[in-house]
Design a protein. Structure first.
Length: 421
């Protein structure tokens, strides 16, 4: 994949990009608004994309909207809210068959662009706010999603660990909100959250697929011109400061398997070395954590490492028996010490490079992957193709990887375990 996006400003705080790749038969129009994560607004923001993507003023019922999507060759429009570093991103997407495959010659790109814009700028309202019936229905869904999140203990443990690792930072705010806040949502408060998004949040639009997306930018520009954009929010992502002393938190619930999350932090600017470090440490089945802590020592059911790069965080998460929590923690720390001491081979580096190559090759597997790639590039102010970025990660010296490992500091330890007898 050698496409590079052509990004341009089309309205106040709104940027448009498109990537044409004839390998895809379907197109994706993605729209992402960003705001600083805040406990005050996170939950209201979660309900906004749900309310906007099931109907609009021209297709005012769920049934009418779904029937329209079905007639358009099972096209789809969806929305979600999630956390990216210190930000909450409210995302929308229209996924549809390209014009050249439409059996009756429908201009699919134009039709789906119009429907998506109607969803964003002309929702169903009653007396100037969202429909009470729709709000109450979707509010219940939001509450159910929050309450059931605890059932996925692995994800729940990581979410809870982030509250400690990033204490006092926007990234510590739960990405899906709280039940208490959800219960307070009203048609008026949800509508105000929607208008705040439409009028003040920075917005990125990325179109990906085999279409040339002719006329799409102009349609969005006209829509945002009428949206009353003003006082565009200045969003920021900051490195997470390292605590002066490792903080340890234990939470007790009824669980069959304990969860251990270790949060390491580094302020090194050698991104390539940090990527290689993550792979060698715990990013593949040939990594030290997998081969030694999981396989040789049999201390855990799983053990892997992942980076939150713009925050300078590397998370190690594992599933363990209660009696092995302390042993696993010490073993993870020991494996990092091994890398700091240079106890890894050129073969380890080669395996890491192979894993990175596979990661980058997979970007081209779908229009969604490509869109996500460039959204992340824009967030990092580093717009490059996967091939260009891959070149940075090949040939990193052993000395640089050791230096990256030495920059890592254990910041926080989170344990989710069973209730005491």
């Amino acid at each position: 994949m050698k496409n590079i996006i052509n990004r341009r400003k089309i309205a106040d705080g709104v940027y448009f990009s498109s990537i044409t790749d004839k390998r895809y038969k379907k197109n994706l129009i993605s729209v992402a608004f960003s705001t600083q994560l805040s406990e005050d607004t996170a939950t209201e923001n979660v309900i906004v994309p749900v309310l906007l993507t099931k109907c609009n003023s021209k297709l005012p019922t769920y049934k009418a909207f779904n029937n329209k999507m079905s007639r358009l060759y099972a096209s789809g429009i969806g929305g979600t809210a999630g956390r990216q570093y210190d930000l909450q991103t409210i995302s929308f997407g229209a996924y549809y068959l390209d014009d050249i495959y439409a059996l009756s010659g429908e201009k699919m790109t134009g039709i789906m662009t119009d429907i998506l814009i109607d969803c964003l700028t002309s929702p169903v309202t009653e007396n100037g706010v969202f429909s009470e019936k729709f709000v109450e229905l979707e509010k219940k869904t939001v509450i159910d999603n929050i309450e059931t999140a605890i059932n996925d203990k692995r994800s729940y443990a990581i979410e809870r660990a982030m509250k400690t690792i990033c204490k006092g930072e926007p990234a510590s705010v739960c990405s899906y909100g709280t039940v208490e806040k959800a219960k307070l949502i009203t048609p008026d408060s949800a509508y105000k959250a929607y208008r705040r998004m439409l009028e003040t949040m920075p917005c990125e639009i990325i179109c990906t697929g085999c279409s040339d997306f002719e006329g799409v930018a102009e349609k969005f520009a006209a829509a945002f011109e009428k949206a009353g954009r003003h006082d565009i929010e200045n969003t920021m992502i900051a490195l997470s400061p390292v605590k002066t002393q490792t903080e340890e938190v234990t939470e007790r619930l009824t669980v069959n398997q304990s969860k251990l999350v270790l949060g390491f932090k580094s302020h090194s600017d050698d991104d390539a070395a940090l990527v290689l470090l993550q792979k060698i440490f715990g990013g593949t089945t040939s990594s030290k954590l997998f081969r030694n802590v999981r396989e040789k020592m049999s201390l855990c059911y799983y053990c892997s490492a992942a980076r939150n790069d713009l925050k300078g965080i590397m998370l190690v998460n594992s599933g363990v028996e209660n009696e092995n929590i302390e042993k696993t923690k010490e073993a993870v720390i020991d494996q990092l010490e091994e890398i700091k001491n240079g106890n890894f081979t050129n073969e380890d580096i080669n395996f890491a490079e192979m894993a990175i190559k596979n990661d980058f090759k997979s970007v081209a597997d779908s229009a969604g992957n490509v869109s996500n790639w460039y959204f992340d590039c824009i967030r990092k102010n580093d717009i490059v193709t996967p091939e260009e970025k891959l070149g940075r990660y090949l040939g990193v010296s052993k000395e640089r990887i050791i230096a990256a490992a030495k920059s890592m500091v254990l910041d926080s330890v989170y344990v989710l375990t069973g209730n005491e007898n």
